[in-house]
Design a protein around this ligand. Structure first.
Ligand code: SF4
Length: 468
C-alpha cells in the first residue's frame, strides 16, 4: 500500500508536521519511513527501515527542520522491490544539477519494459523498486519538473499516487485510473496532500478535495494549482481500489465523500440480511472486522461482544520468535476469551479471506475455547484473483477461493457455516456505483492491461471466466 504526504508551508515546521502525518498513515506501511525537506535550494532527507517512531526522534527531526519550506514523507509496504534500505523512500535522484525526492504509493505494471528501455539508454538504476523508474523518467526529461511529471505519467501504467519535491516545489499526481487515493487539504492557507484524510486531521488541515484520476497538483509559493495532466481512462470513470473501502484505509478516513467506518458498518448490516443465522453472539476479528461485526449485530439482533483480543503492538517485530512460538504464531496476534466463547454459537465477522491460513487457525482457536458452532461471515465477496496494483495479497494459486465454492472453502476452514457479502451488497454499502471502483481481485476484470510477465510472476494462468 504505502502512505504518502506532502506540504508547502514556509511558516511551519514542515518536518514535524510530516512526521505526524506519517504517524497517522502508519497502517499503510510498516517496513520503512522517510522524510525529505526542501529549503528552496537543496533537499535533505532521512529514511530508514522500521516504524515511523523508530526512524525519527527529536534530534533527527531537528536536523531536517532548519529553514525548510516544503516536505514530503513516505511509509512503505513493499510490493515491487524487496524490503531493503536502498528501496526505502523518498527516492533521491539528480535532475538538471539539482536533487529531487519522490515518494510513491501503488505498483506499476510496466516496470520491466521501462527498466529495460532506460538501461538501454544508459540510465543508471540502483534499486529494484518501480518508484526509481518513475523518478528516472521525470529526471531524464529535459523540460520543467511539471513537464517531466506529465511525461512520466504518460509512460507508466498501473497504480500510482505520488509526490515529487525539487526543493521549492512539490508536484502530487495520481494515475488516470485513480486506483490509489490522494487528497488535497489546506492548513491555514498552506497546501497539503496525503493518501488519506486521517493524515489531514492529525496536522489540523481542512479537506479540500479528492485529487481526481489523471490530475496533478502543484504546491508552491503561488498556491495549489490543479491540472488534468493525463486523460482519465476511456470509460471516463475511476477505478479506486474497493479494498480501501473494505479494509485498507483507516475507518476514520473519508473517500469520495464517504465515511469508511459507516460504509463498513453497512457492509455488516447487509451481510446479516443476506446470510442470516441463528446464533448467540457476534464477535469480530479485530480490528479490521469490528465495524462490520457491529453492523451485523445491529441488523440481526444478536448481541455483539469482544471474543478475540488483539495485541495492538504486533504491527512489526524485528525479533523472530523461536520455532515453537512461531508455530503457534497466531497467538502472538490474537487470543480468545474462553469465558465469553465457551458454550456459545458464535458468529465471527472478518473483512476478507485471502489464503485462509489465519482464518483456519481462528476457527480452531474458537472451538478450542469451547464454541459450540463457528459461523464465518465475511464482509467482502470471495477474492478470486491476485492484485497487481500494490496490494501484496497472494498469488492466484494461493487464494483459497480462486477455484473453490464457498462450501468447499468452509470445509477447508473447519467452520460450521460460511457466507460472503455479495457484489451487489458491497456496492450498495459503499453508496457509490460499481464503475467507480477497481474490483479486479473479486471479478478478474482488471482496469488496465496486465502484461504476461507479471501475471502471477508468469507462473500461474487462471483461465476462469470473469465473475459477474
Ligand atoms: S485488484 Fe483488488 S486489491 Fe488490487 S487494486 Fe483492485 S480491488 Fe484493490
Amino acid at each position: 500500500m504505502c502512505g504518502i504526504f506532502g506540504i508547502y508551508a514556509p511558516d511551519r515546521d514542515v518536518a514535524r508536521l510530516t512526521y505526524f502525518a506519517l504517524f497517522a498513515l502508519q497502517h499503510r506501511g510498516q517496513e520503512s519511513a522517510g522524510i525529505a525537506v526542501g529549503d528552496g535550494r537543496r533537499i535533505t532527507a532521512q529514511k530508514e527501515l522500521g516504524l515511523v517512531p523508530q526512524v525519527f526522534d527529536e534530534t533527527s527531526l531537528g536536523a531536517l527542520a532548519a529553514d525548510a519550506v516544503t516536505a514530503i514523507g513516505h511509509c512503505r509496504y513493499s510490493t515491487t522491490g524487496s524490503s531493503r534500505w536502498p528501496n526505502t523512500q523518498p527516492i533521491l535522484r539528480h535532475r538538471q544539477g539539482r536533487t529531487v525526492a519522490l515518494a510513491h504509493n501503488g505498483n506499476l505494471t510496466n516496470t520491466a519494459e521501462l527498466r529495460a528501455e532506460l538501461q538501454g539508454r544508459g540510465v543508471k538504476l540502483e534499486t529494484t523498486s518501480d518508484t526509481e523508474v518513475i523518478a528516472a523518467l521525470i529526471c531524464e526529461h529535459p523540460g520543467t519538473l511539471e513537464e517531466g511529471v506529465r511525461y512520466a505519467m504518460g509512460r507508466i501504467t498501473g497504480a500510482f499516487s505520488a509526490v515529487v519535491l525539487d526543493g521549492s516545489q512539490i508536484i502530487a499526481f495520481r494515475d488516470p485510473d485513480g486506483i490509489r487515493p490522494l487528497v488535497l487539504g489546506d492548513l491555514d492557507g498552506n497546501p497539503v496532500v496525503a493518501s488519506e484524510t486521517c493524515a489531514l486531521d492529525i496536522v489540523g488541515a481542512a479537506f479540500v478535495c479528492d485529487i481526481e484520476p489523471g490530475q496533478m497538483v502543484i504546491l508552491d509559493a503561488d498556491g495549489p494549482r490543479v491540472a488534468q495532466a493525463q486523460p482519465t481512462r476511456q470509460s471516463g470513470g475511476a477505478a479506486l481500489c474497493i479494498f480501501e473501502f473494505i479494509y485498507f484505509a483507516r475507518p476514520d478516513s473519508r473517500m469520495d465523500g464517504v465515511g469508511l467506518h459507516a460504509a463498513r458498518v453497512r457492509m455488516g448490516e447487509r451481510l446479516a440480511t443476506e446470510a442470516p443465522i441463528d446464533a448467540d453472539i457476534v464477535i469480530a476479528v479485530p480490528d479490521s472486522g469490528t465495524p462490520a461485526a457491529q453492523g451485523f449485530a445491529r441488523a440481526s439482533g444478536i448481541p455483539y461482544t469482544d471474543g478475540l483480543v488483539k495485541n495492538r503492538y504486533v504491527g512489526r517485530t524485528f525479533i523472530q520468535p523461536e520455532q515453537r512460538l512461531r508455530d503457534n504464531g497466531l497467538r502472538l496476534k490474537f487470543n480468545p476469551l474462553p469465558d465469553v466463547i465457551a458454550g456459545q454459537r458464535v458468529v465471527v465477522v472478518d473483512d476478507s479471506i485471502v489464503r485462509g491460513t489465519t482464518t483456519r487457525k481462528i476457527v480452531r482457536m474458537l472451538f478450542d475455547a469451547g464454541a459450540l458452532e463457528v459461523h464465518l461471515r465475511i464482509s467482502s465477496p470471495p477474492i478470486v484473483s491476485p492484485c497487481y496494483y500494490g496490494i501484496d495479497m497472494a498469488a492466484g494459486d494461493e487464494l483459497i477461493a480462486a477455484d473453490r465454492s464457498s462450501q468447499a472453502v468452509c470445509q477447508l476452514l473447519g467452520a460450521t457455516s460460511l457466507a460472503y457479502l455479495s457484489q451487489a451488497g458491497l456496492q450498495a454499502s459503499t453508496g457509490q456505483p460499481a464503475e467507480r471502483f477497481c474490483r479486479a481481485c473479486l471479478t478478474r476484470n482488471y482496469p488496465t492491461p496486465i502484461p504476461d510477465d507479471i501475471r502471477d510472476g508468469g507462473r500461474f494462468r487462471f483461465e476462469a471466466a470473469p465473475v459477474a
